[in-house]
Design a protein around this ligand. Structure first.
Ligand code: GDP
Length: 532
């Protein structure tokens, strides 16, 4: 990492160079493939596959958990960092499985921009819509990449229409495909009308061969495909589907690019767009509504805590997004919730599964602090001038289980494991005096979270658990006064969330919830962020 001077000017310049972003998509749309292709284009890794190492392409494969392998999903997140065109990109990977949307949400709290990845044959799918809602909620601007254009899919104009109709974003194509999906020839850059023709490389594991072809030659060689594309472009110009960077930043408009991640078609145009349009880190609003500029002394927020990421590093790593100032390894930070000092001697950068020591970092960067016990998702860290950022809201859980230790001799390990997995946000832990410490309620957005919980309790904490389903399906945040009214009603229970002490009212179903709302119009029942 570059050594800087740490002056406000240095910090401002370094921040301006950074783009911190994530890719949101439905499982199987091609997120892992795109991540590899982006990094490949930026020459961060030598051969696509080295980051996630999808089966059959070699590379470093995550092995922190059998389950991950068995299910073929990526549960852990990593951060990819690469340089392109003078910019420094931090790509925060998000777990793709629907049940991990809560994790994904937290990652979206740490980025300044997102790429919405669509499968050309499927358009906007359930998970994409859900994640887009999170982006909207957090005002994260979105660039759209329509993937798998090398395969049969839908018409480009139809896809644009779907974006506009279903999520209300005005699409502004920056590139336009020549050849329908499945017969992909190349891309026209709408800004200068230049045409890039693509040819596959075997297996797609290296850069696609791209060739600039002048318009007259393209017209002769591509025939109808060219004429159609030119007609569609004229139509786009007519309806004014052009990009206004301010509208993009304001979340009104989304630049759209077409391509195919697997054979590396159109990926460099996407990368250029991220560098050109995605906002660099800027002032962040604190819990009191004041802005903390990037040039203020160091501040950052924990957005993820993860243990057991792989067998070689069996530690607990807190991921911190830097919001302001320069980070220097060894500097002493303050943990805002407790006021306790925190040493940073062992700060790391997290590149895929590899870790290396990190000496300096700037706003937009992500640092990993190993063995940082006591750090919880949402916590603020700062140097010199105090600040607290607003907490990262949790998704509304829809599945509930009671956890008990299977072997009573392991009560201590059980407690430790629950606390740890709670602070990581693997599940939400809810308690009540009535249920006692030995039988906490676990709440999750998706049932797979319970499997992760149970597997890790057994493997890492040596405390196998028994889980029993509870008949609740809906949760609201309430307050002390309302809790007194709610407790004791049929089909309702009020529990305390361990992490922040919030009172959570759980209901068997939404009819019960509505009935309670009708009977007691005075009670406070605040919806949590909906996951579905
Ligand atoms: P993820 O679940 O979103 O991470 O998706 P993956 O990157 O694992 O991709 C899912 C499947 O789609 C894999 O079999 C990929 O090889 C395939 N895939 C991804 N991108 C493309 C593409 O551009 N073209 C084609 N034909 N297949 C793709």
């Amino acid at each position: 990492m570059s050594a800087g001077t740490g002056t406000p000017q240095d910090v401002a310049e370094q921040a301006a160079r950074r783009r911190t972003f994530a890719v949101i998509s439905h499982p199987d749309a091609g997120k892992s493939t795109l991540t590899e292709a982006l990094a490949l284009h930026a020459a961060a890794i030598e051969v696509a596959g080295a980051v996630h190492g999808k089966a059959g392409r070699g590379g470093v494969r995550s092995d922190w958990m059998e389950m991950e392998r068995a299910r073929g999903i990526s549960i852990t997140s990593s951060v990819l960092r690469f340089e392109f065109d003078g910019a420094l990109l931090n790509l925060l990977d998000t777990p793709g499985h629907a049940d991990f949307s809560e994790d994904t949400y937290r990652v979206l709290a740490a980025v300044d921009a997102a790429i919405m990845l669509l499968d050309s044959a499927k358009g906007l799918e359930a998970q994409t819509l859900k994640l887009f809602d999170v982006c909207r909620h957090r005002r994260v601007p979105v660039i759209t990449f329509v993937n798998k254009w090398d395969r049969p899919g839908r018409e480009p104009l139809e896809l644009l229409d779907e974006i506009e109709q279903r999520i209300g974003l005005r699409p502004a194509p920056l590139t336009w495909p020549v050849g329908t999906a499945g017969d992909f020839r190349g891309l026209i850059d709408r800004a200068d009308r230049s045409y890039t023709r693509f040819r596959r490389t075997p297996g797609g594991a290296t850069r696609a061969i791209a060739e600039r072809v002048p318009a007259d030659r393209a017209a002769a060689e591509e025939g109808d495909a060219w004429r159609n594309a030119v007609e569609e472009l004229a139509l786009l110009d007519e309806i004014g589907a052009t990009l206004d960077p301010d509208d993009y930043a304001a979340g009104i408009c989304t630049p759209v690019l077409f391509g195919a991640a697997l054979p590396n078609f159109g990926v460099s145009a996407l990368l250029e767009t991220v560098c050109r349009l995605a906002p660099s880190p800027s002032a962040r609003v604190d819990a009191d509504g004041r802005e903390r500029p990037v040039t203020a002394p160091f501040s950052g927020q924990v957005f993820k805590v993860q243990a057991g990421m792989d067998r070689a590093h069996r530690d607990r790593l807190a991921f911190i997004r830097i919001c302001s100032g320069r980070f220097e390894r060894g500097m002493s930070l303050v943990h805002a919730p407790t006021g306790r000092p925190l040493a940073t001697k062992y700060a790391q950068t997290v590149f895929g599964r590899d870790r290396s020591t990190l000496d300096t970092a700037y706003p937009g960067d992500v640092i990993g602090l190993p063995n940082a016990t006591g750090l919880t998702v949402g916590d603020t860290l700062y140097a010199r001038t105090p600040v607290t950022f607003p907490p990262i809201p949790a998704f509304a859980p829809e599945h509930f289980m009671v956890a008990r230790v299977t072997d009573n001799g392991r009560a201590k390990q059980f407690r430790r494991g629950i606390d740890q997995l709670d602070s990581e946000g693997v599940v939400q832990v809810l308690r009540s005096d009535l249920r006692g410490d030995q039988a906490p309620v676990l709440a999750a957005v998706g049932p797979l979270q319970f499997d992760v919980f149970a597997a890790r309790m057994a493997d890492e904490f040596n405390a196998p658990v028994t889980l029993n389903r509870l008949d609740y399906s809906t949760a609201r945040i309430t307050d002390k006064e309302s809790a007194d009214t709610l407790n004791g009603r049929r089909g309702v229970e009020v529990l305390t969330r361990s992490l922040d002490g919030a009172l959570v009212a759980v209901f068997v179903d939404k009819w019960r919830l509505r009935a309670v709302e009708r009977e007691h119009p005075g009670v406070t029942l605040t919806p949590m962020l909906a996951a579905g």
